[in-house]
Design a protein around this ligand. Structure first.
Ligand SMILES: [Zn+2]
Length: 244
């Protein structure tokens, strides 16, 4: 097999609108190509490549085109990577020889429910919550870092970040600490959720943070660090209370 040097073109599809999957929007949606780098050419085969569909001495070259793109979702402005690839060798009656690669990889809505620790629409709600008394910037960043840690299976970090949140927010409810929050604020179910968050979370966070190395260590698993429902109740209460 030998290769001709590929032809390189930059930004030949810049500005074009293409349809591809957005992880954030959870659907196929229009994206604009912000920039691209395209390599194309012809791959020449010296002899029978042994690939089905090739006839020896008859087909000896195949066109290819790899267009590497930075794309932006029209719906949510998320910028990601896409490559639009074509290789004639893959062409047959039910394949046009084109395929797409994406980074980050497409994640379906069902899987996404699993990979987010803090629901993305809850984060958006926090972003939209404006308070004259409290800047939610750090709280929002904690939530984003939680999602990032959870996605990357950083199960030691997750409880620490949740703990940072519950230590951070009591002034919003006019309280000095988190146990005052669930003693003095909200209805019965809110109080119970927050109490659970405080007791079991603190235990796990402390166990991971304040223990010295032992002969045998056990790492927390996904189940152990799941405080998602209680945390969501807390965040939604913050939005509701500040939005009043
Ligand atoms: Zn989107």
């Amino acid at each position: 097999m030998s290769n001709n040097k590929p032809i390189v073109n930059e930004n030949i599809s810049k500005g074009e609108i293409i349809r591809t999957y957005c992880n954030n929007c959870g659907q196929n949606i229009n994206h604009q190509i912000l920039m691209d780098y395209c390599e194309s050419g012809e791959e020449v085969f010296d002899s029978d490549p042994g690939i089905p569909g090739f006839t020896k001495g008859f087909v000896d070259a195949a066109d290819f085109k790899f267009d590497y793109q930075i794309v932006k979702c029209i719906g949510c402005d998320t910028v990601s990577y896409r490559s639009d690839n074509f290789f004639a060798i893959y062409q047959d009656h039910d394949n046009d020889g084109r395929w797409e690669e994406r980074f980050p990889m497409p994640v379906s809505v069902e899987e996404k429910g699993h990979v987010e620790y803090v629901n993305l629409s809850r984060i958006q709600e926090l972003i939209n919550t404006v308070s004259p008394d409290y800047d939610l910037k750090k709280l929002i960043q904690f939530c984003k870092e939680l999602n990032s840690a959870y996605k990357n299976k950083l199960y030691l970090s997750v409880p620490l970040l949740v703990r940072a949140i519950i230590d951070h927010i009591p002034p919003i409810f006019g309280q000095a600490n988190f146990s005052d929050v669930y003693s003095n604020h909200g209805g019965k179910s809110f109080k119970e959720s927050m109490k659970n968050l405080d007791k079991s979370l603190r235990k796990i966070a402390d166990a991971n943070m304040h223990t010295q190395i032992r002969k045998k260590e056990v790492l927390p698993n996904e189940t152990q660090i799941n405080f998602k429902p209680d945390l969501d109740i807390l965040l939604s209460e913050i939005c509701r209370y500040l939005g009043k």
